[in-house]
Design a protein around this ligand. Structure first.
Ligand SMILES: Nc1ncnc2c1ncn2[C@@H]1O[C@H](COP(=O)(O)OP(=O)(O)OP(=O)(O)O)[C@@H](O)[C@H]1O
Ligand SMILES: [Mg+2]
Length: 499
């Protein structure tokens, strides 16, 4: 890390940012030196992404100023995403700045095509790209259009782009939310090398263990205000949680419900082509069942098949003892099944609908008595939103909400629909530590009422803490089902790898 006299790469002086009705940032001062990795943490909606977007010139501060390499760029008109890039600021986040129709290679070199005799030198580009991908330890195919890649791959390309443009600093906004354990280890390695090369990094994540792996310093935001800042070496995880949620957290996982009823869902030899085969699964009333597995193990396909959203090719499904075959989600919803998908923005929400209309979507029938009962609809949606502690006004369109609040709305709609079986596909992705605990508590409350839950999650700690039993899936098949004493990280990991 550089000495104190070293000029910061970036500095925010007393920056505020208001949106209609929201003070997203409130007098924030913040700086980053070469070689420093600073964690930016805080609850959903605290203002982290807004801060990132101000740095990259996507938003202009309402007050205060941004300095890049000592120059006040807020004074200069026309500081925008393009000029921030030219000044060496890169960002990796889930709202992509890649061009979906172009392939990885083209995206890597947009604006900086290697030229030879005035012509684009494709070979040189390929060589350079191969070097970068090698450094990143990645095998993402650079010849297919970006839109055909999965989110994790898209993010690797953004990272590659940052490296190729020799950025001075890079903002990683929840980069690891879509990555797997192994890929995250790789990210740690990359960050360490980049730091040594003098790159500054702003690291935004809700997975606090990561902060202790790679970050030197931290800043905690709360309702747009910077409330704590310091050296990571001086704090531990409990203290950091306390700073983030403003209170001590004694218990993240509530005790498991121990009263089970009859089986609600049973799968026998359930199969869907290449996605998964011979799945035998039982969930009883009041039970939480987990599914662990690596990317591509078939977990998401399995949940979707149960929900009538993915075609099966064999096997049987029983709902409360009765043989069923859901050909579309509406049939599953009618029986009382709700899916919280992993891609909430594409599948879980209607982005231009407001909070109320998203929550009541699967329950509309209930409010149709001759004419639409708008008042009832609003009241019931509000009740659930409050129960879930959604931070938003009822009429707000969900597109502008923070990720965590969007997720809570997806869950809210199935709570209102009074579902009996909740299918959760990575329910706490991008969710802050306080809200995670609330979701776990909710799972506990649902099961105490006799509801059932199936959870798919890459976080083993989460599965171990919330599930009675965990099925381990490997290449489309269940390897084993662990419970009780066997519910340990090491045992599950060995099964995850098919050992
Ligand atoms: N373009 C916008 N218009 C209106 N409000 C916005 C806009 N962008 C963000 N907000 C609001 O500003 C606040 C801060 O949002 P921001 O996305 O920065 O939070 P965050 O800390 O990144 O949260 P998360 O952890 O959920 O990603 C939230 O209340 C959000 O709803
Ligand atoms: Mg954010």
């Amino acid at each position: 890390m550089g000495g104190p006299a070293e000029q910061p790469i970036i500095e925010l002086r007393d920056v505020s940012k208001s949106f209609p009705g929201v003070r997203a940032l409130d007098h924030v001062s913040f700086s980053l030196r070469p070689g420093e990795c600073r964690a930016l943490v805080g609850e959903n909606g605290a203002g982290k992404s807004t801060l990132a977007k101000i740095i990259i010139g996507h938003y202009t501060p309402s007050e205060g100023a941004v300095y890049v390499g000592g120059t006040n760029v807020t004074e200069k008109s026309g500081y925008n995403v393009r000029s921030s890039q030219a000044m060496g600021i890169a960002v990796v986040h889930q709202e992509l700045q890649l061009i979906p129709e172009m392939n990885g290679l083209e995206n890597l070199f947009i604006g900086s095509y290697a030229k030879r005799f005035g012509l684009v030198d494709r070979k040189a580009m390929m060589r350079k790209a191969a070097e970068i991908m090698d450094f990143l330890g990645s095998s993402v195919d650079l010849t297919v259009p970006i839109k055909e890649l999965r989110m994790a791959e898209k993010q690797i390309i953004q990272l590659a782009k940052a490296v190729s443009m020799q950025a001075k600093m890079i903002i990683m906004d929840e980069l690891t939310a879509v990555l797997q354990e192994k890929e995250i280890e790789n990210i740690y390695r990359i960050i360490r090398v980049l730091k040594q090369r003098g790159m500054g990094i702003i690291y935004i994540s809700h997975r606090l263990d990561e902060i202790f792996e790679v970050c030197d310093t931290y800043t905690v935001l709360c309702d747009g205000r910077m409330i704590h800042s310091g050296e990571v070496a001086d704090v531990d995880k409990d203290r950091l949680i306390e700073m983030i949620i403003g209170r001590e957290m004694t218990q993240i996982f509530p005790p498991l419900n121990d009263k089970f009823g009859a089986p609600v869902l049973e799968l026998k030899g359930f199969s869907a082509g290449k996605a998964f085969r011979n799945i035998d699964l039982t969930v009883r009333a009041g039970e939480v069942v987990g599914i662990a597995g690596l990317v591509g193990a078939g977990k998401t396909e399995l949940l979707n098949a149960i929900f009538g959203n993915y075609r099966t090719t064999g096997g049987e499904m029983y709902w409360k003892g009765e043989k069923v075959n859901f050909r579309k989600p509406s049939a599953a919803i009618r029986k009382g099944i709700g899916l919280v998908p992993d891609e909430r923005k594409q599948l879980g929400l209607v982005m231009n609908f407001n909070v109320v209309h998203n929550i009541t979507l699967p329950s509309l029938k209930r409010f149709k008595k001759g004419t639409m009962q708008h008042k009832q609809e609003r009241e019931q949606a509000n009740q659930v939103a409050q129960l879930m502690r959604v931070k938003a006004t009822p009429q707000q369109s969900v597109v502008k909400l923070s990720g965590g609040n969007q997720q809570k709305i997806v869950i809210s709609k199935w709570v209102l629909a009074d579902s009996e079986l909740f299918l959760f596909d990575e329910p706490t992705r991008g969710i802050d530590v306080g809200a995670k605990a609330e979701i776990y508590k909710l799972v506990g409350e649902l099961t105490a009422k006799g509801k059932s839950v199936i959870i798919v999650s890459p976080e083993l700690e989460e599965l171990i803490g919330t599930c009675h039993r965990i099925y381990v899936m490997f290449e489309g098949e269940f390897q084993t089902c662990v419970s009780g004493e066997q519910k340990t990280q090491s045992h599950i990991i060995s099964k995850l790898l098919g050992v």
